[in-house]
Design a binder for this molecule. Structure first.
Ligand code: ATP
Ligand code: MG
Length: 471
């Protein structure tokens, strides 16, 4: 018997009292049987969406999915989705079922579900309803399609990536026939909406089995990110590496913390290596500029996958600098912090560690010491009484610079950044009086410069702004 939380039980009782069948189904059953706490509880029911609405009249509901059979009831313990038993019509465009048919029976609803471990429900007595051997597959730690894998992937190719996602997340193997079909049918993924692909891909990266799954199903990954394929088997001809580019990348993902930005960065960090490769006179491989080039390629990949801007920018910023020397002094660390901010600097350190996890032992030990040095420098900076490595911590701000007579516009930021640079370099203390004096000198210099721009005319605000715009 699986314990069902109170807020879910009360919804089940209400539906049953209304004369409908209702069952917890899918991920919550799987997770409970594995001894994990389900993230959310989904219910399926014989009640149609309008009947569900009637049963829960007066309660808060979200109806955006009602057309496809899902009504979400908002309880104090969180939202619960209630989906009418249904069968999906053909996925004509590989994205949406062309139609959904509501059905009277649980059995048919379970049959449309993707994997045996996701196709179980809980009966009113708390017993598990398991028509496809889901429990046996849980015990064997297997992801297996309900029915013929090949047919299920043709209905909805996203299931190929979902199989990889569950294998990674649960650290399961993929049953051989399902695995074979996933590899063979991977071309069907081309028709799937990129945002759905990206969502599942992130899921693959965020599981404990990520590295293993990436390596075993590389052709599936290359189907959605063809730019990575050139790294497969690419010999780096370098004493710093013991694996080809793709194997190294997959192992780097595996060694990274469970942060989606860091893991995406590790997946893509060496994407430009094959393109920048050359060997020196000794036959040793080098990849000058592969960080910056990789950032550009990654930017294109992430745009195509409809990655949100914040994640895309954070990932590409890491890739661009992943091969710089880890700073060893607090001053050098402050320069890095000024450029990247604390969160990204911490991620970069995590990238450096992940990037050397699969290196030859001696390289790993040597690099590890340098990364330790960078980490000590970071802690040193952050434990200073009043660390100053960004404009927020500077003892003067934009208003102060304007009050000194500077023209409104980008010049203000330039003066502030110049002051910050000098504070970081230790040529001036982070102290108001000293900074104002230095800023005054700078502004005077700017205003004396004979650019012939209207900004030279003090007090001409509109002119100042247009000069700023032109600059
Ligand atoms: P997670 O905890 O990772 O969310 P989950 O099992 O809840 O796991 P969802 O993607 O939320 O996964 O889907 C909920 C359920 O809906 C699945 O367990 C499965 O039964 C069914 N399902 C979802 N997507 C599909 C699909 N593309 N094809 C068939 N069934 C699906
Ligand atoms: Mg879910």
């Amino acid at each position: 018997m699986v314990p069902i939380p109170e807020h879910v039980n009360s919804l089940l009782s209400a539906l049953r009292a209304g004369g409908f069948e209702a069952y917890p189904v899918g991920g919550c059953v799987r997770d409970s049987l594995m001894g994990r706490v389900p993230v959310d509880w989904d219910l399926c029911s014989s009640a149609r969406p309008e009947q569900v609405q009637q049963v829960f009249q007066g309660r808060r509901m979200v109806l955006t999915g009602a057309k496809h059979g899902t009504v979400t009831v908002v309880t104090q313990a969180g939202p619960v989705e209630i989906t009418t038993f249904r069968a999906d019509g053909a996925y004509l465009d590989g994205r949406h079922p062309a139609s959904v048919r509501f059905l009277p029976r649980l059995e048919e609803d379970l049959a449309r579900r993707d994997f045996t471990i996701n196709a179980m429900a809980l009966g009113p007595d708390g017993a598990v309803i398991d028509l496809y051997g889901g429990r046996a597959d849980l015990r064997a730690r297997l992801v297996r399609c309900v029915g013929r894998a090949d047919r299920r992937f043709h209905e909805d190719a996203l299931r190929i990536l979902r199989a990889l996602r569950f294998a990674s997340k649960l650290d399961f193997a993929i049953e051989p026939e399902t695995a074979r079909a996933a590899l063979e049918d991977r071309g069907l993924l081309d028709a799937i909406a990129r945002e759905r692909v990206f969502s599942e891909l992130k899921g693959v990266l965020m599981g404990p089995g990520a590295g293993r799954v990436l390596l075993a199903f590389a052709p599936v990954i290359f189907q959605v990110i063809p730019e990575l394929a050139a790294g497969d088997g690419f010999d780096q001809k370098s004493p710093h590496h013991c694996h080809d580019v793709w194997t190294h990348s997959a192992l780097a993902v595996d060694a990274a913390p469970f942060d989606v930005v860091t893991r995406l960065a590790m997946l893509l960090h060496d994407v430009a290596k094959p393109g920048t490769f050359f060997t020196d006179e000794k036959g040793v491989g080098h990849f000058y500029g592969h960080g910056q080039a990789g950032a550009e390629t990654a930017d294109g990949i992430l745009r195509r996958l409809r990655c949100d801007n914040a994640v895309r920018q954070a990932v590409t910023a890491l890739i661009a600098v992943h091969d710089i020397q880890p700073p060893q002094t607090e001053r050098a660390m402050k320069r890095l912090l000024a450029r990247m901010g604390e969160e990204q600097t911490r991620r970069l350190i995590a990238c450096w560690r992940a990037d050397c996890a699969d290196r030859p032992e001696a390289v790993r030990r040597r690099n590890g010491l340098v990364i330790d040095g960078a980490e000590r420098a970071l802690e040193g900076v952050l434990t200073e009484a009043e660390p100053c490595f960004d404009l927020r911590a500077l003892a003067v701000n934009g208003r102060d610079i304007l009050a000194l007579g500077a023209a409104e516009g980008p010049a203000v930021g330039r003066v502030l950044r110049a002051l910050l640079d000098q504070v970081i370099e230790g040529t001036i203390p982070n102290n108001r009086t000293a900074l104002l004096a230095r800023a005054g000198e700078m502004i005077e210099k700017i205003q004396r410069k004979p650019h012939g721009k209207p900004s030279e005319k003090r007090g001409d605000r509109a002119g100042d702004m247009s000069a700023a715009g032109a600059g």
